[in-house]
Design a protein around this ligand. Structure first.
Ligand code: 5GP
Ligand code: ZN
Length: 114
């Protein structure tokens, strides 16, 4: 997708701190971390938001969720816990229109969100 920041990160056209990559997914550190660990997990195929999850190959959806606890363990937040966030649409606070999941950890996170 042209002009999508995250597609450009996947292609290496915009630099990012890569955490993990497979044929189908890409994981990198958020540029404005909201916690000591703040990773973004994205499918390589461009999908606008959670509303379009049905168009993602279920194998890729599964891979995303399978990799999350592995990333948590590798980053030392597995034991104490972490939060997985998807912001969908303007009311959900989505600012980048490429489906992504935030993995946040390393501090005690508050609830409810603002
Ligand atoms: P959203 O607000 O859409 O749920 O999350 C988008 C996230 O992408 C934000 O947390 C923001 O800090 C992050 N972000 C936006 N642009 C870039 C970028 O160029 N590089 C990286 N690494 N993160 C970005
Ligand atoms: Zn994209």
């Amino acid at each position: 997708m042209e002009n999508c920041i995250f597609c450009k990160i996947i292609k290496g056209e915009i630099p990012a701190k890569k955490e993990y990559e497979s044929d189908s997914i890409f994981v990198f550190h958020d540029i404005t971390p909201q916690a000591p660990i703040h990773l973004l997990i994205i499918p390589k195929v461009h999908i606008n938001s959670m509303n379009d999850i049905a168009s993602l190959d279920p194998k890729v959806t599964n891979e995303i969720f399978q990799v999350i606890p592995k990333l948590a363990e590798k980053n030392g937040i597995h034991e104490k816990g972490y939060r997985l966030v998807n912001n969908c649409g303007s009311y959900g606070g989505q600012t980048v229109g490429h489906l992504h999941f935030h993995l946040l950890g390393g501090r005690h996170l508050q609830w409810p969100p603002g």
